[in-house]
Design a protein around this ligand. Structure first.
Ligand code: UT7
Length: 328
């Protein structure tokens, strides 16, 4: 039970400069712009430069979020980085970022929940602040999926991009901030979307490299079915927990994996397009960065007014899902 309301007091985002278009991919694998657009809604994605790692993307987004919150790095209490592409196995990307920012007093850790990671991290930070343990937190969703994508596999390489979105959380006036969260996992679906190599089960070896075990594996059709199901159920549940109805939603911010998954959720909610953030066409699926990139872009474009009710919902590897409602 939280003692005080917690909300978003600063936002920032960053995508790398390099753009990889569907036309570029046509030259790399047997695919077409028409197939990619009609099956996914994706037109282009941003790709990190060779010298950029996840902490570098997270840093750029964080600096902007701190500036927008009017907070100095040394005032930060907590840093959580949601990612499945950390700079290295350890130390955590959050610790690397803490040093880069100069956030000397902040506790720092990574949170692994794939594309649901940002919402999981928001829930975690909200409870830390709501309970009074910390005064503020920097929450970042950052992924460099290009580093774990097999650019000879047309089933996956058209789907992913790189980026980072960051928010600063802090206490907000009564009536504002996060109202409810719904987090969940279906571990039985883990093998449908994973990266097997390089962990303690299958340490890196010549065989794991040759076998492509350091790339994302995905059973697209099964993940699609899971996504459509949990987008609907998590949305219902998070609204119920907040005592809200579908009509109360001013802005719907779904995970940007596939336009068809988003459209199925919008139909079910009976939401007009102007109430839904869609930027999958520009950034593709950026995993943990996807929801914050959509949220921050919408906020910076002036699409969210004070007092608006915003619903975030995502799904991903684990399998996992996460949804949140907040009053802006
Ligand atoms: O963040 C969470 C993770 N992931 C997701 O949310 C992804 C969920 N799944 C999806 O978005 C969709 O399942 C995909 C976009 C991955 C695939 O779309 P689909 O409509 O489910 O296509 P499919 O897998 O049923 O494949 C249809 C055909 C196949 O050919 P055959 O077997 O029917 O001859 C594929 O080989 O399309 C083929 N195909 C391609 N063709 C051209 C697969 N990828 C491509 C491609 N270009 N890039």
């Amino acid at each position: 039970m939280n003692l005080r309301p917690v909300g978003i007091i600063g936002t920032g985002m960053y995508v790398p400069e390099k753009v990889l278009t569907n036309a570029d991919l046509e030259k790399m694998v047997e695919t077409s712009d028409d197939w990619i657009v009609s099956r996914t809604g994706i037109r282009e994605r941003h790709i990190a430069a060779p010298e950029q790692a996840t902490s570098d993307l997270a840093y750029e987004a964080s600096v902007r979020a701190l500036e927008s919150a009017g907070l100095k790095p040394e005032e930060l209490d907590l840093i959580i980085v949601a990612t499945i592409t950390p700079d290295m196995a350890f130390p955590s990307t959050a610790c690397i970022l803490q040093e880069k920012l100069g956030a000397k007093k902040a506790a720092a850790f990574d949170l692994s929940a794939a594309c649901s990671g940002f919402v999981y991290s928001l829930a975690t930070a909200t409870n830390f602040i709501g309970s009074g343990m910390y005064g503020n937190a920097l929450v970042i969703g950052a992924d460099t999926l290009s580093r774990i994508t097999d650019y000879t596999d047309r089933n996956t390489c058209v789907l992913f991009g790189d980026g980072a979105g960051a928010v600063v959380l802090g206490p907000v006036p009564e009536g504002r901030g996060f109202k409810s969260f719904d987090l969940g996992a279906e571990g039985s679906g883990g093998p449908l979307l994973n990266l097997e190599g390089g962990g303690s089960r299958l340490p890196a070896s010549e065989e794991t490299v040759k076998g492509g075990k350091h790339f994302i594996y995905m059973n697209g059709r099964e993940v699609f079915k899971f996504a459509v199901r949990v987008m609907a159920s998590a949305t219902d549940e998070v609204l119920r927990k907040a005592g809200l109805s579908k009509e109360d939603i001013d802005l719907f911010v779904p995970h940007q994996a596939n336009i068809r998954i988003i459209q199925s959720a919008m139909q079910r909610l009976n939401l007009p397009e102007e109430k839904c953030v869609i930027n999958v066409d520009k950034y593709a699926n950026t995993s943990a960065a996807s929801i914050p990139l959509a949220l921050v872009e919408a906020a910076e474009a002036g699409r969210i007014q004070e007092g608006d009710t915003v619903l975030l919902v995502g799904f991903g590897g684990g399998l996992t899902w996460g949804a949140a409602t907040l009053v802006w």
